[in-house]
Design a protein around this ligand. Structure first.
Ligand SMILES: [Zn+2]
Length: 341
């Protein structure tokens, strides 16, 4: 039996070296290790070997099986483009085949990074705050009246009456203003939470990025220019933007910012609901009550703030129709973003 094992080892090695395709590899695997393969037959025949020799023979056969399986796997890997053929077959002490499918940034992270880069280019710095936040910073300091509907238990995850999961990144504005004197130009990216049922456009957790500029004589024109610079740089086109009047408790006046639809150039299509415009962010001039809460004199400084959902921006940029795809970690989805930034 020893000679048979030696013969199978050298013949097997030759055949594996000569294999040129997946089907060659499979044919060799079946011929040697399949149910009716030669090595399988030898293993079955062990019971007829002299009991004194049986353990040694058994060990040899198993080693042969393990070695040939490794060689088959390596050769298959090489044939699929994973490394150099000369490195792989015959010398298992050489370095292994590098993985062909490396990791990649999550599309949300890529979008977040490129948004931040654009604002860094305009001179903004970045600040972060806690995701578990005091009700005071999440609402009161941002000029939410006590009876404001957004405080409703339906929308906010409360941990106790004074502590909640932040529903927006705006509380970081107040924390940053408390720690820093103007002039300020700062962005606050982060994860936020709402007590909502998940559907194609809602998730109970999502990402926002918020920006704040405070100085003497900051105006809405500065806000418009900042927004336009962002849209131009991020979407890579000269899309016009427009302001629509809106209401937020922490800004006055408040606007929603639309950008002309990138799919139809304003003509109207399914992406923009036939309006020709896509909502990009909310914005406005910082409310004097927010300055008061932060300890800034409201007769010296003015400022603007804006905030957008990173998920929404990612969905617009990549044409993603369902927000849940961004949180399900399905590799078939995520692998499409390899090398994308
Ligand atoms: Zn459109």
């Amino acid at each position: 039996m020893k000679e048979t094992i030696d013969r199978l080892r050298s013949e097997g090695l030759e055949r594996i070296k000569a294999a040129e395709s997946d089907s060659d590899i499979e044919a060799i695997r079946v011929a040697l290790l399949g149910r009716k393969g030669e090595i399988t037959a030898l293993l079955r025949g062990l019971k007829d070997v002299d009991p004194a020799d049986r353990p040694a023979m058994g060990a040899e056969l198993n080693l042969l099986k393990v070695d040939l399986t490794a060689l088959l796997d390596s050769r298959q890997c090489v044939l699929r483009g994973g490394g150099s053929a000369t490195n792989m077959v015959g010398d298992l002490t050489l370095p292994g085949v590098p993985p062909t499918s490396g990791g990649t940034n999550h599309p949300l992270l890529s979008v977040l990074d490129s948004i931040c880069d654009i604002f860094y280019g305009m001179g903004f710095t970045r600040d972060d705050g806690p995701e578990v936040e005091l009700d005071y910073y999440n609402f009161t300091a941002l000029n939410f009246p006590d009876d404001h509907p957004a405080r409703d238990i339906q929308d906010t995850f409360y941990i106790d009456p004074k502590i909640c999961l932040r529903t927006q990144t705006s509380p970081v504005q107040v924390r940053t203003m408390e720690r820093n004197e103007p002039p300020l130009a700062c962005i606050f990216p982060g994860r936020v939470y709402r007590n909502e049922n998940a559907d194609a456009s809602h998730s109970s957790e999502f990402y926002q990025i918020e920006g704040l500029v405070v100085d003497k004589a900051v105006s809405m024109a500065d806000l418009k220019d900042t927004v336009d610079t962002f849209v131009r740089n991020f979407f890579g086109a000269e899309e016009p933007t427009r302001f629509r009047p809106h209401y937020f408790p922490f800004t006055e006046p408040s606007v929603e910012v639309d950008m002309q639809c990138v799919s139809c150039r304003g003509k109207g299509c399914g992406v923009c609901g036939q309006t020709g415009w896509l909502e990009v962010m909310g914005a406005g001039m910082v409310h004097p009550n927010v300055f008061k809460a932060a300890g800034y004199p409201d007769d010296v400084y003015t400022g603007f703030a804006f905030g957008m959902g990173i998920d929404r921006i990612a969905m617009l940029k990549y044409g993603i129709g369902d927000i849940r795809l961004l949180y399900e970690n399905d590799l078939r989805f995520l692998k499409q973003f390899r090398g994308v930034s």
